[in-house]
Design a protein around this ligand. Structure first.
Ligand code: CO8
Length: 371
């Protein structure tokens, strides 16, 4: 049976960076307007006044300094506070597929082989543009790829689940090579009027090409992949096609991202640290000897704690790659951005870990060795 290799990666970064200061200025302008408009009700104790956000809190609690977004105009307007993304006619590529195609083109260019070598496309992301036709089939069409394509969603773990699925297709002979894309427009599902979470997410797209070992000239041997899920209500997005059918929900605002951040932190850190160490041991890899961790970019404190538990020491920034300061949490794409940006210095035989964790809960580990 064939083995699988991560042959190339690609990254598409949206054109607009939005700093914490810009985000907080807009949020606080909204808070002032709300409190002024509701002054009498607040005075009478009928309405709770809104509290301002703060740049210092955001950076200390999350490590995030900025995020990239596909639209900035709506996000810095206190009257709008959501991205403004005009609907496109059906004969134009959708915005989610468009950014996925950009990331895919970058990966294909680095790979240096014709798209005719690719036999399947997987679009693995937290939020899809629509139910159907699949985003993956749109990407497949835009790039002129044969074979089959489909979407999958495992929230922040979509990319590692996608890599595992791609590796299984390659090793079982379903395809010679698989393109896996992660377009994440998280700003579309974030409530920018919620003080607890308005700073957490950013937009981006990543792409990974997985191919058979016998076809690969370089890249990364996939040493082992492991997936885990465990039901939790602590991170939810209740948006769905049945919202409009629920009598009690009619006329209510869109259902967006919500979470119990503290509980997520407490429960996910041990779950993921233990999973990584167990998987490493089962593969005969000493976790303390890993050269690099490319973790899901959730929160600086969470990532540092997982890094410390896995490596058995305080990791350096070179060992535990952090890109969330610049990109924020980009859901499934975070660990792939980290891998894409920080692997050039690996020598053949050196080993690292791509790892995701998030809503579900879900977690995935992919140990890779430079060829
Ligand atoms: N500015 C100032 N103060 C604030 C703010 C703010 N913006 N927000 C909260 N505070 C205050 C609170 O009121 C509280 O005050 P007090 O102590 O007086 O009650 C104090 O700050 C502390 O609040 P928290 O306890 O909430 O703060 P934490 O230190 O826990 O930090 C975090 C909050 C950053 C959210 C942290 O808990 C965290 O990062 N947890 C892990 C979250 C995580 O990683 N979630 C993963 C989600 S990813 C996923 O799978 C979803 C996929 C879908 C993504 C796409 C959709 C968009």
């Amino acid at each position: 049976m064939s083995k699988a290799v991560i042959a190339a990666t690609g990254l598409y970064t949206p054109p607009y960076s939005l700093s914490n200061a810009e985000l907080v200025e807009t949020f606080n302008a909204y808070v002032e307007r709300f409190n002024a408009a509701n002054a009498e009700a607040i005075e009478a104790g009928e309405v709770q006044p809104l509290q301002p956000s703060s740049v210092e809190f955001i950076e200390k609690a999350s490590g995030i300094k900025a995020r990239f977004v596909v639209d900035k105009t709506g996000l810095v307007d206190p009257e709008v506070m959501r991205p403004v993304i005009p609907e496109r006619p059906n004969d134009q590529i959708s915005v989610l597929a468009e950014i996925a195609v950009e990331a895919a083109k970058a990966a294909i260019a680095r790979w240096g082989k014709p798209v005719s070598e690719i036999g399947a496309v997987i679009c693995a992301a937290s939020n899809m543009q629509r139910a159907y036709p699949a985003m993956a089939i749109e990407v497949q069409q835009a790039l002129g790829i044969d074979g089959f394509a489909f979407d999958m969603n495992v929230a922040c773990s979509s990319a590692t689940f996608g890599i595992k699925t791609a590796a299984d297709f390659v090793t079982s002979g379903s395809a010679k090579a698989v393109l896996m894309v992660n377009p994440e427009i998280c700003s579309g599902h974030l409530n920018f009027r919620d003080r607890d979470s308005h700073f957490i997410f950013g937009d981006v797209a990543t792409a990974v090409i997985v191919e058979r070992t016998e076809d690969a000239t370089g890249g990364w041997d996939i040493l082992g992949t492991r997936l885990k899920t465990q039901f939790s209500n602590n991170i939810r997005n209740n948006f769905g096609f049945l919202n409009r059918a629920a009598p009690e929900g009619m006329g209510q605002a869109d259902k967006l991202f919500v979470q119990e951040g503290r509980k997520v932190f407490r429960e996910v850190v041990p779950m993921v640290s233990e999973m990584i160490v167990e998987h490493a041991n089962d593969l005969g890899i000493d976790p303390h000897g890993l050269k690099r961790l490319w973790l899901h970019q959730a929160n600086i404190n969470m990532n540092e704690l997982i890094g410390k538990r896995v490596l058995g020491r305080e990791p350096t920034r070179a060992e535990n790659v952090i890109i969330l300061d610049e990109y924020a949490n980009t859901s499934s794409a975070g660990s792939i951005i980290a891998f894409h940006k920080a692997n050039d210095d690996f020598a053949a035989g050196e080993t690292g870990l791509i790892c995701s964790f998030g809503a579900g809960y879900s977690a995935g580990t992919v140990f890779v060795r430079k060829r």
